[in-house]
Write a protein that binds this ligand. Structure first.
Ligand SMILES: *Cc1c(COP(=O)(O)O)cnc(C)c1O
Length: 364
C-alpha cells in the first residue's frame, strides 16, 4: 500500500530540523560531558503509590517549597515537565501563529527558535554583540508584533552572564508590549545573578527554572515558571489536565526539602571548584586558543582544530558538545563539568593530542 506522510504533515514541520539534543545525537562513550547534567546521581526513594488516581493539577506542597526556596509567592509559580515545556507553553499562550513573533538572541539555547517555528510564530533573531552582551538597540528596533523576548542567563552555550541593567532596561521598554523571559536553567551556579527580585517591580518578567541541572534531576522532567499571578493564570488555562505524574511530584517534593537543598548547594560549590581548576588546567594546553569564563556548569573552549579534537575524544569515549558551526562560535566546543576523575581523563587525552600535534609541527 502506498503511504505518503508528506501530503499530511504541516509544511513547516516537513522542512524543520529538530532540536539536536544530546540524547538524540547519541554516540558511544564512557565519559559524558555533553548535556550539562550533574555527574552524580542523588538517591531519592519513592513511597508506595496509588497510581489508579490522577495527581493534582498543580502540586501544592512542591509549590510551597519552591516559593520558599526562590523567595516569591505561591501564586507566582507554575510547575511543569521541565523548563522546555515552559518555553513552549508561553509561545502557545501569547503568540498568534502567522502574526506574532518572539525575539531570541543567538548564540543561545536553540529551543526558543525551534518552538516558535513549530507553532508558525516568527523568530526575530537579534544576535548578541561579539562579546555576547545583548544588542539592546537591535532588540528595540525589532519589537513590532513581538510578544516574548527569550534571554538565557547564564547563557547556554557561552556561559556568560547578562547584565542585570540590560534586563531592567528591556523590562521598562517592553511593559504592556511583551514579556521578557529569563531562562535561569543554570542560575544555581551563579545564584547572586537571579532576576527573581525584579518580579516585585516589573509585572512583565517571566523566569524559567528547572530541577534538571543543579538539582541533578534531569531524568525527572520537572521545571518551573515564576511570573506575575495573572501570567500564571493564563498559562494554567492551556497546561495539560494532569501535567505531572505522581512519582515526579513526590520526588520533586523530597528534592526541595531543606536538607536536600543544602546538599544541592554543597554539590554546586564542589562543582564550581572543579570548574575553576579545570579551566586553569585547560589554559595550559597548546591546542586550545581560548577558555571562556563561565558562570554555569560547563565551559566553552575555543580550539585551533575543533573537529580533530572532537573526533579524537570520541574515539577515547569522551563525548563533548560541538558548537563549531554556530554563530560567533567557530572553533568552540562546550564541556560539561564532570567528576574530578572525568575531568582528569579529559585533560589526559587533550594533552596527548596536544603533544602529537606539536610533534607533527616540529617535523614539518
Ligand atoms: C537544559 C536547559 C533547559 C531544559 O531544561 P529542562 O527542565 O530539562 O526541560 C532549558 N533551558 C536551557 C538554557 C537549558 O540549558
Amino acid at each position: 500500500m502506498n503511504f505518503d506522510i508528506k501530503c499530511l504533515v504541516r509544511e513547516r514541520i516537513l522542512k524543520m530540523i529538530p532540536y539536536q539534543s544530546a540524547r538524540r545525537l547519541g554516540g558511544h562513550g564512557n565519559i559524558w560531558l555533553n548535556a550539562n547534567e550533574l555527574p552524580i546521581s542523588t538517591e531519592l526513594k519513592l513511597k508506595h503509590h496509588n497510581l489508579n488516581r490522577y495527581p493534582d493539577f498543580q502540586p501544592c506542597d512542591v509549590i510551597v517549597k519552591y516559593a520558599d526556596y526562590v523567595n516569591c509567592q505561591t501564586d507566582q509559580i507554575l510547575v511543569l515537565r521541565g523548563a522546555d515545556e515552559g518555553i513552549e507553553l508561553l509561545i502557545r499562550a501569547f503568540c498568534e501563529p502567522g502574526l506574532d513573533a518572539i525575539i531570541s538572541c543567538p548564540p543561545t539555547y536553540d529551543m526558543y527558535g525551534i518552538c516558535a517555528e513549530i507553532f508558525g510564530v516568527k523568530n526575530k533573531q537579534c544576535n548578541t554583540k561579539t562579546n555576547w552582551n545583548l544588542n539592546l538597540l537591535q532588540i528595540l528596533s525589532n519589537l513590532n508584533q513581538v510578544k516574548l523576548i527569550y534571554i538565557c542567563n547564564p547563557n547556554n552555550p557561552t556561559g556568560n552572564i547578562i547584565d542585570i541593567s540590560d534586563i531592567k532596561y528591556l523590562l521598562k521598554m517592553t511593559l504592556n508590549k511583551a514579556l521578557v523571559v529569563i531562562d535561569e536553567a543554570y542560575i544555581e551556579f551563579s545564584n547572586q545573578y537571579t532576576a527573581v527580585s525584579l518580579l516585585s517591580i516589573f509585572p512583565n518578567i517571566v523566569i524559567l527554572r528547572t530541577l534538571s541541572k543543579a538539582f541533578g534531576l534531569a531524568g525527572l522532567r520537572c521545571g518551573f515558571i515564576i511570573a506575575h499571578p495573572e501570567v500564571i493564570k493564563v498559562l494554567s488555562k492551556i497546561l495539560a489536565p494532569y501535567p505531572l505524574s505522581s512519582p515526579v511530584i513526590e520526588i520533586a517534593s523530597i528534592a526541595l526539602q531543606k536538607n536536600n537543598i543544602q546538599l544541592m548547594k554543597n554539590r554546586v560549590l564542589e562543582l564550581i571548584e572543579n570548574k575553576n581548576w579545570l579551566s586553569h588546567e585547560l589554559k595550559k594546553i597548546k591546542i586550545i586558543e581560548h577558555v571562556f569564563k563561565s558562570f554555569a556548569n560547563y565551559i566553552l573552549v575555543k580550539f585551533f582544530y575543533p573537529e580533530l579534537v572532537f573526533n579524537f575524544l570520541i574515539k577515547k569515549g569522551i563525548v563533548l558538545r560541538n558548537q563549531n558551526t554556530k554563530l560567533y562560535l567557530s572553533g568552540c566546543i562546550r564541556i560539561s563539568i564532570g567528576t574530578r576523575f572525568e575531568c582528569l581523563e579529559l585533560l589526559k587525552s587533550l594533552k596527548e593530542l596536544s603533544y602529537m600535534e606539536i610533534d607533527k609541527y616540529d617535523k614539518s
